[in-house]
Every structure is written in C-alpha cells, then in structure tokens.
Design a protein around this ligand. Structure first.
Ligand code: GSH
Length: 205
C-alpha cells in the first residue's frame, strides 16, 4: 500500500498522527506530495486522485481511498485496539459527531480563510476580505460551542484520546498562517490541545 501525504497539510497529518498515536506500522510506502510546488496538479498525481488532494491511500490493485477519516476507519477495522474511534456503537457515533463538528466547522473555516488569504490560492479563487470575516465569525461560533462542550475534560471526548483530539490538533498546529491562533479565552479547548501535543511530543522522542 502507498500513502500519499504532505507534511504541512492538516488532513494528511491527521492520518500520520493517527498511525503514531495508535502505535501501528502497517506496511506502507510513504510518498510526500509537494503541495506548495503544485505537485498535486501533475497528471501523474491527478491519475491517482482527480481531486488533487492528500491524503490518499492506494492499495496494491491501484484502487484508492481519498478521504482522511475513511482511511482512519479502514485502519481501525484492521487494528481495532486500542480504539481511537470508540469502543461501542454509541461511543463511536458520539466521537464521530464531535470530530465531524471540529473538522467541518473549525478546520473547514481555516480552509476558507486560507483560500482567501494566501497568495498560493490567489490564481485559483477570487479572494475576498468579506469571506475571511465570514470564516472567522463562523469559526468563533463553533469555538464558543466547543469550549462549552469540552468543559473540564482532559481530552475532547473525556479522559480518553480519540480521533477528535487529532483533528483538533492539526486544526490549530498551523493556525498562525491564517492568523487564527487559538484565543486563550478558550481555556478548555487549549487544555485539550496542550494535553494532546504533549502526548505527540512524547511519542516522537
Ligand atoms: N476531506 C478531505 C480533504 C483533503 C484536503 O483538503 N487536502 C488538502 C490538504 S489539507 C489538499 O490536498 N489540498 C491541495 C489543494 O487543494 O490543492 C480529507 O479529509 O482527506
């Protein structure tokens, strides 16, 4: 199997961090795609993923999964323990619900801001400061809710690490690029973010 990835891309990093936190080393050839130089638009890569995005998991027969959470679900089926997606149908549904919320409402708005701020995207999209404001406002609403939801937890889903922590971490790791660093007033989110970063640092050393 091959994993097409990119060190600076949050959705690709999500899969890499998942494998690290999970402690599994499937037989994968890791292929770095240089998004900054536009390698995702090369005919060779478009033949693998016509959407021009990473991550992509490619099986030996050439077929692909081109969605980070689906790649993770695939590995969870093969390596169920320790589970990062939940231990029961109810827990899996609840963890997925909050992970989807973080991905769509918080990381998704980072994407909106990036597309409208970064020179890298200026030839692709008509950039608009109003859309940046929209992204920030919608993200702020989602952060208000998440901070309340997390309350006094150590991790997003209580005391256990889950895929929701990974998505939260990759969302804010590079937030300075769009001037959307986590405001310290979100003290519950910050605590979960710091707790997970410390784990990842410990696993790396
Ligand atoms: N929903 C997809 C999103 C994938 C995605 O947007 N990948 C970004 C990097 S984080 C990408 O490859 N962008 C390249 C481009 O748009 O040119 C997933 O979670 O895998």
């Amino acid at each position: 199997m091959k994993l097409y990835t990119c060190k600076i891309a949050p959705n690709a990093k999500k899969v890499r961090l998942y494998l690290k936190e999970k402690g599994i080393t499937p037989n994968l050839e890791i292929i770095e795609v240089d998004l900054f130089s536009g390698e995702q638009n090369s005919p060779e890569f478009r033949a693998i993923n016509p959407l021009g995005k990473v991550p992509v998991l490619q099986f030996d027969d050439g077929s692909v999964i081109k969605e980070s959470l689906s790649i993770i679900d695939y590995f969870e089926e093969i390596y169920p323990k320790p589970s990062l997606t939940g231990d029961s149908p109810e827990e899996r549904a609840k963890i997925k619900a909050i992970e989807r919320f973080i991905d769509l409402e918080i990381m998704g708005m980072m994407g909106v801001m990036a597309h409208h701020m970064m020179p890298l995207f200026s030839s692709r999209f008509t950039q608009s400061s109003d859309v940046i404001k929209y992204g920030r406002a919608r993200q702020a609403e989602a952060l208000d809710y998440l901070d309340h939801y997390i309350a006094d937890r150590s991790f997003v889903y209580g005391d256990r690490v889950s895929i929701a922590d990974i998505t939260l971490y990759v969302t804010f790791e590079k937030a300075h690029i769009v001037k959307a660093e986590l405001d310290p007033k979100y003290k519950n989110i910050l605590r979960c973010y710091v707790n997970f970063s410390q784990r990842i640092r410990a696993l790396s050393s």
